[in-house]
Design a protein around this ligand. Structure first.
Ligand SMILES: Cc1cc2nc3c(=O)[nH]c(=O)nc-3n(C[C@H](O)[C@H](O)[C@H](O)COP(=O)(O)OP(=O)(O)OC[C@H]3O[C@@H](n4cnc5c(N)ncnc54)[C@H](O)[C@@H]3O)c2cc1C
Length: 489
């Protein structure tokens, strides 16, 4: 069962039960991007509300590794080849800006979030990946970054070549959010356990239908990790989902660095200190459309962790993030006709800097202030040829899993407690629990009608196309689906 190191820091934030039904700005989603947006709007004269379908910071932000770094795999050489040097340089500027912004807030508001400045590394453990590090080194140097090449990490770990930069950090994202919420809660209404279901337009306003009634608002800010609608924005056609597995365990002392390997199979390392010291190790990443035996991947990571660090895991969890097919996050107005419907998604596994940046960009759009990064992340940006190629690859993978889960629902790793039944021509997934009770759900994701796979790690039904997750009785626990599985869909 997933058990993240950060969960113990989550605090209940629930406020009024009676929801405000006529407001200026509705923020949907209480992860780092939603709370950062609310924080940036706290001193405006606008009437702002935030709704969260679960509890504040229980989404992806509670499952992250929490590095605040502009060294993000080989993003700068990748962005140069997908776009051009100027776009890559602007992305670097945006990440340094966001890193400084979070540091300023931590200092200004004395936020106790175990923030530690350290060095970031990207490293290779296979000879063929060395060349990619050289490419990243050259572009970072050209951009004025004081990057250094080395052939080892500060700890004993398989590595034949590495690049190091300074002025990066790690923190505890939940403690950071808890303080932001305390600062804003007298000015911004926060409602937990309220799920947005649909958004419609009426006389220039938006009507958001939620599980607690309808809300009329001028602006809607969708910070739900993955938007729960397809139009506007067409996010399913601009992104794919990448899942990773994470392990944490106590160590004698922390090391002041964080690192991520490059190449086909990436591993990420960081340390964390509260009363005890921990290592947080992530890896076994894959496109969710390409692998569905999640428990096996967790076991593989566990074997590696035990071998490399000679420790047993104390915390184990898995999580996915969204990657855009042009590698730039998607932040801003969803479409020309929906300029007051704003999105923040596809942080490509670098959502600490990008969530904080989203808060600034989205609030500047609402407050009609200039922001030099609006164009870079604009959801309506032009479709390049290379982006189209990535779109075709992603669409092929998603179509493949869509069809294969329709034709062959059974998987070799399913035990006898997972079955499929055809009732009146409709397919149902059946999970038989420890007490021999049958839990039957329609095997169809309400989001885009993909078939579901059973996740033994968390005992959930998961959508391998876009990442929605449901409990064994079909109640939605993670979007993009905003609906539970209907029994008779
Ligand atoms: C393994 C892994 C490691 C990572 N490590 C790092 C790292 O070291 N550094 C880094 O920069 N990034 C990292 N990331 C990425 C980062 O964690 C995420 O991009 C970021 O947390 C996303 O924040 P968010 O606010 O957009 O989403 P979330 O935290 O998921 O917040 C969205 C919220 O919206 C709510 N919601 C959803 N639907 C609805 C609805 N219909 N109505 C109301 N509420 C709704 C959810 O319950 C949730 O609380 C990592 C990602 C992965 C997968």
């Amino acid at each position: 069962m997933s058990n993240s190191i950060w969960k113990k820091y989550i605090t209940k934030q629930i406020q009024d039960k009676k929801i405000n039904d006529n407001i200026d700005v509705l923020i949907i989603g209480g992860g780092l991007s939603g709370i950062s947006t609310a924080f940036e709007l706290k001193d405006s004269n606008l009437n702002v509300c935030l709704i969260e379908s679960n509890e504040i910071s229980t989404g992806t932000t509670s499952l992250t590794t929490g590095k605040i770094t502009y060294l993000q795999d080989t993003i700068y050489s990748d962005l140069e080849s997908l776009h051009d040097f100027d776009i890559s340089k602007k992305y670097l500027k945006s990440q340094i800006y966001a890193s400084k912004l979070v540091k300023n807030y931590i200092e200004k508001y004395k936020i106790d979030c175990d923030y530690i400045e350290n060095d970031s590394y990207i490293f290779s453990y296979k000879h063929e990946d060395k060349i990619k590090i050289d490419k990243e080194y050259n572009i970072l140097k050209k951009m004025g970054i004081n990057a250094k090449i080395t052939n080892k990490l500060p700890i004993k770990f398989p590595c034949n070549y590495a690049l190091k930069v300074e002025d990066t950090a790690v923190f505890n994202p939940i403690k950071y959010i808890n303080t932001l919420v305390n600062i804003i809660k007298d000015k911004i209404k926060i409602y937990e356990h309220v799920r947005a279901l649909t958004i419609t337009k009426e006389n220039g306003n938006y009507i958001v239908d939620t599980t607690s009634g309808k809300i009329k608002t001028k602006y809607v800010v969708v910070c739900t990790h993955y938007p729960f609608f397809i139009i506007p924005g067409l996010i399913p056609f601009k992104t794919h989902i990448e899942k990773s597995h994470v392990i944490a365990s106590k160590v004698d002392k922390i090391e002041k660095f964080n690192a991520i390997s490059i190449g086909k199979q990436t591993y990420s390392i960081r340390y964390y200190k509260d009363n005890d010291s921990y290592i947080i190790f992530a890896g076994e990443s894959y496109k969710m459309s390409n692998h569905v035996n999640y428990q096996q991947r967790q076991e593989e990571l566990k074997i590696k962790f035990e071998k490399l660090f000679n420790k047993k895991p104390e915390y184990e969890w898995s999580i996915h993030d969204i990657t855009s097919n042009d590698l730039l996050p998607i932040i801003g107005s969803a479409s020309n006709s929906d300029s007051n419907l704003l999105l923040a998604t596809a942080f490509n596994k670098w959502g600490m800097t990008n969530s904080i940046l989203s808060g600034k960009i989205l609030s500047d759009i609402i407050l009609k202030k200039d922001n030099e990064f609006i164009d870079l992340f604009n959801p309506k940006r032009e479709i390049t040829i290379k982006r189209t190629i990535n779109f075709l690859v992603d669409s092929f993978n998603i179509s493949k899993i869509y069809i294969s889960t329709k034709i062959n629902k059974n998987r070799s790793f399913y035990n006898s407690n997972v079955k499929f039944e055809n009732i009146d021509g409709k397919n149902y997934g059946v999970y038989i629990d420890e007490n021999n009770k049958k839990h039957i759900v329609r095997n169809l994701c309400p989001h885009m009608k993909c078939s579901l796979v059973f996740n033994y790690m968390d005992k959930t039904w998961d959508c391998p196309c876009h990442g929605s997750r449901f409990d064994i009785d079909g109640n939605v626990i993670k979007g993009p689906s905003s609906f539970d599985i209907k029994k008779n869909d």
